[in-house]
Design a protein around this ligand. Structure first.
Ligand code: AKB
Length: 317
């Protein structure tokens, strides 16, 4: 990877992927692109940044050509809970950005990373140690897009030789930029609320087990997979990756061990509850470990300590 374009860079993952890529490949080699003016302004404080609508094939193509891009990271997506509010828009954005990325990767011979998600699975998937290759019948538009995206990305690899690669991200926990519109967002929000107000109201049921991951492991997954020897990859789109799995109640109890005054309650969002119940409790990531050396470093306790320390120092607590 020498010249990198990250589209949809202003979100939770992009905001931290940009510095990670800059560190590995050089600040000048990374272009951050986003549709929103305020995101471009924020990104431009630490990166080369451009305004770009990934659904506009012509201007997306011009950017790939102008900056002589050899690797695209397509992070454009409406997440699971937002997607259920406007499924048609979710399909249009998620699949439109992916199809344009695939076509441009084919035309300009670039590599392409597009994240998939635990959302690609559904209620009929085995929830415990969810296998790499298993039943995938999601019941959200976000999940339908993820499964379709995985198939389409494999198709472009097999039919046209495009170097497409992907991981199925769990809920990602981070402190650079808040997530928006996801079912797993509670696991980020709680840290800001506990340090801000000492209390939190959770919209996901207390016993909803979901795979989660701390951002540094997620970023390493992306670059390790993109650097992996292609001859070792049996799979491509997309790899299960796992590092920790917990329920809201387990996370909150661990936070309370550190901040005894913390209190919480629940005000369940039925849409999020149904989504959470349909997703894996914990994925089996053996293929990622064997095919490209996936090896997460952060567990639940280390993640909680780091989140509390980082956010507290930012809030001057
Ligand atoms: C969501 O909750 O929608 C995302 C995801 C797990 O893909 N964070």
């Amino acid at each position: 990877m020498k010249r990198i374009l990250v589209v949809g860079a202003g979100g939770q993952i992009g905001t931290e992927l940009i510095p990670h890529l800059q560190k590995h490949y050089g600040a000048d080699q990374v272009i951050a692109a986003d549709l929103k003016d305020e995101s471009v302004t924020r990104l431009s404080t630490f990166s080369r940044a451009i305004k770009l609508d990934a659904l506009d094939f012509a201007s997306y193509g011009e950017a790939v050509k102008k900056y002589e891009i050899d690797s695209i990271f397509n992070l454009v997506a409406l997440l699971s809970a937002t997607g259920e509010k406007n499924p048609e828009l979710a399909w249009k954005i998620n699949m439109g950005a992916l199809l344009n990325s695939l076509e441009l990767a084919k035309e300009f011979h670039t590599a392409l990373f597009t994240p998939s998600s635990i959302g690609a699975f559904g209620a009929s998937t085995p929830h415990d140690h969810t296998p790499q290759d298993t039943v995938m019948r999601p019941n959200t538009m976000y999940g339908v897009c993820k499964v379709s995206g995985e198939l389409l990305s494999d198709y472009y690899h097999e039919r046209f030789g495009v170097d497409t690669r992907s991981v199925r991200f769990p809920g990602i926990i981070s402190n650079g930029c808040l997530p928006g519109g996801g079912t797993t967002d509670y696991a980020v929000e709680v840290f800001y609320e506990v340090l801000g107000n000492g209390r939190y109201t959770c919209t996901v049921p207390r016993d909803a087990y979901m795979d989660m991951m701390y951002m540094p492991d997620a970023l390493n997954a992306v670059t390790t997979l993109m650097e992996a020897d292609p001859s070792k990859l049996v799979h491509r789109n997309s790899f299960n990756i796992a590092s920790m799995s917990f329920t809201p109640e387990q996370l909150f109890a661990k936070i309370k061990e550190r901040i005894p005054s913390f209190t919480w309650d629940y005000d369940i969002d039925p849409v999020k509850a149904a989504i959470a119940a349909s997703w894996p409790d914990i994925m089996d990531d053996t293929c990622a470990r064997e095919e490209w050396g996936w090896n997460p470093k952060w567990d639940l306790d280390a993640m909680i300590d780091d989140m509390l320390r980082t956010i507290a120092s930012r809030l001057n607590k």
